[in-house]
Design a binder for this molecule. Structure first.
Ligand code: ATP
Length: 200
């Protein structure tokens, strides 16, 4: 199987910004968030299961999944959160594995906010953390999403701490500087991953 580099980082740390750069080098990026959103696109057995459990209140007027409603619901109910995870995790994992297997670049990136928390690092030969101090995470995420600080803090509380991720990762990208400070770091890592993948 292809050499897999797992990319993770807290909310707003810059995972997408970083993985977009790797994609510019021709590296296939498999994104767990994109897959997780996709499994609710109708026609979808997962969406049907959500409607059966929560009723029409889980839908928007257009008949799509009402994501803010569901997010709120699972934040306030651990039982609903566990149920939703049981529904979605196997589906996401199956699709992740399918896309990883299909990837045809020198190595492949698996990007997931909960890479370590959900054990997806076991699918990876190497892991990379996009790192940012927590105060700046909060600032960038709230600017981007127009979400309340309280909601972002709740998401951060459900993720590993900055230190836990740093302790576990093989490599780290410092994203506390301007975006163009990423270029040299990504170039060096890309060269390293090409070497590791060819020796794999
Ligand atoms: P999430 O897990 O919440 O989806 P993410 O880790 O993928 O987030 P991005 O969406 O890449 O993070 O970045 C979060 C926000 O911060 C975006 O609006 C992005 O444009 C901005 N951003 C990323 N890197 C920098 C930087 N170095 N300087 C300033 N803003 C940045």
């Amino acid at each position: 199987m292809t050499y897999v580099v797992g990319v993770t980082g807290g909310i707003g740390s810059g995972k997408t910004t970083v993985t977009d750069r790797f994609a510019e080098y021709g590296i296939v990026v498999v994104d767990a968030d994109v897959i997780a959103r996709g499994i609710f696109t109708p026609p979808s057995a997962a969406l049907t299961a959500v409607i059966e459990r929560f009723g029409e209140q889980a839908l928007t007027a257009d008949g799509l999944l009402n994501r803010p409603w569901l997010r709120q619901r699972v934040f306030s109910s651990p039982a609903d959160k566990a149920w939703l995870n049981q529904l979605t995790h196997p589906l996401v994992r199956t699709e992740l594995l399918r896309q990883l297997k299909q990837a045809d670049s020198a190595y492949v990136i698996l990007s997931a906010p909960l890479l370590f928390e959900n054990g997806l690092d076991q699918l990876c030969q190497r892991t990379l953390v996009v790192d940012l101090p927590e105060t700046e995470q909060l600032q960038r995420a709230s600017q981007r999403d127009q979400t309340s600080a309280a909601q972002i803090k709740a998401i951060m509380a459900a993720q590993w701490s900055r230190q836990q991720r740093l302790d576990k990762a093989d490599d780290v990208i410092d994203n506390s500087g301007p975006v163009n400070a990423l270029d040299a770091q990504i170039q060096a890592l890309h060269a390293r991953y090409l070497e590791l993948a060819s020796a794999h």
